[in-house]
Design a binder for this molecule. Structure first.
Ligand code: ISE
Length: 354
């Protein structure tokens, strides 16, 4: 079978990481096109991953690691519609997703969309409905924690029933730093959204109510930004989850969680890799960012997505999962503003998906 030809929209940190991954580590796929408002950045990447100099306007040609040229296409919607692109990775900012997702659906192109699916619940629901009308799943959402071997093992353990019924989930999610433009609502929509998905997925239940609190912020953020945040999720099955999200922690990237069930607890993300003793200290390294911590998860996620696309399927979080997370985050932002618990307004799944 011939390689799936991939186009990537947005080649900032995540998109560039996926581009490298497709070219160097993923089998059955080839990077053929990239698009980014920063054309110089896209050109540089295309040249580097094509393994040669630019040839013919904005196209980069040469024998790259995956043996082909990577074309730079200025207009992301043109990339989505391009004949040489079989499937798309959307790594553009969330505000651009809705239009780009609709274009993917219109052209019948499978798409791996980084979170958030869209900026609000209403537009996410429209995406779910539009995909449903096509009668086949084309959208997979980039909640990569589901592919992390530790998270996957935790899910398996909880599903086995060995620990009894899950009661509580404690999550910690810390980033080293984010720019001053990373506002309070982005901490919910772009960061906490991961734990929203983790809680729904691990406990197999929707989140029905959310409260987001914020202590006096760290001095590392501009006035008005609420960082860290502390949220409580109430799930429809009676379980509860809490999450600390702190995106300017200064130290490094830390993601861990502990599930508490009737007959035991299980913790992942302790980061017990290599422990060194040197210069009067002992310990391990704190990853710099999510690309390091979840490197393997991203590889597994993308490889499984490519394999699934070959079968005409998805193999991971669906558009519905993206919509459900968007609905929780919308309620979370309202709670952050009001200081009150906010009920999640979620459409009835059976009504929407039949
Ligand atoms: C980023 O977009 C991610 O997805 C990271 O996993 C998360 O830790 C970070 O806060 C987000 O900005």
């Amino acid at each position: 079978m011939s390689d799936l030809r991939i186009g990537i929209v947005g080649v900032g940190a995540m998109g560039a990481d996926h581009a490298e991954r497709i070219v160097r580590r993923i089998s059955g796929a080839r990077l053929v096109a990239v698009s980014d408002p920063d054309t110089a950045r896209a050109e540089e990447l295309a040249v580097r991953l094509s393994g040669g100099g630019p040839a013919g306007g904005s196209a980069a040609a040469g024998a790259g690691a995956a043996g082909g040229a990577v074309r730079v296409i200025g207009d992301p919607l043109e990339l989505v519609g391009a004949r040489e692109v079989d499937a798309v990775i959307l790594a553009s900012p969330g505000f651009a997703h809705a239009e780009q997702l609709f274009a993917c659906l219109e052209h019948g192109k499978p798409v791996l969309c980084e979170k958030p699916l869209t900026m609000d619940a209403a537009s996410s629901l429209q995406v779910v409905e539009a995909e449903h009308k096509l009668g086949k799943p084309l959208i997979q959402v980039g909640f990569m924690r589901r592919f992390d071997p530790e998270y996957a093992a935790l899910k398996q353990l909880l599903d086995s029933g060995e620990l009894g019924r899950p009661l509580l989930l404690h999550n910690v999610h810390r980033n080293k730093a984010n720019g001053p433009g990373f506002r309070s609502e982005m901490i919910v929509r772009d960061s906490m959204v991961h734990e929203v998905d983790v809680a729904r997925w691990l406990f197999g239940s929707e989140i029905s109510r959310i409260t987001v609190h914020a202590p006096k912020p760290t001095g590392a953020v501009p006035d008005g930004v609420l960082d860290p945040q502390f949220a409580v999720f109430e799930l429809a099955n009676g379980a509860m989850a809490d999450v600390e999200v702190f995106v300017n922690f200064q130290v490094g990237y830390e993601v861990r969680c502990e599930a508490v069930a009737e007959r035991g607890s299980a913790t992942i993300g302790l980061g017990s890799g290599v422990v060194t003793r040197a210069a009067g200290h002992w310990g391990g390294a704190v990853p710099e960012d999510f690309r390091v911590r979840f490197d393997l998860a991203y590889d597994i996620e993308v490889q499984r997505w490519i394999d699934a696309v070959g079968r005409g399927e998805i193999d991971g979080p669906s558009a519905w999962d993206g919509y459900a997370a968007a609905a929780v985050c919308e309620a979370g932002i309202a709670s952050l503003n009001s200081g009150q618990p906010v009920a999640v307004d979620l459409a009835d799944r059976r009504t929407v998906l039949g």
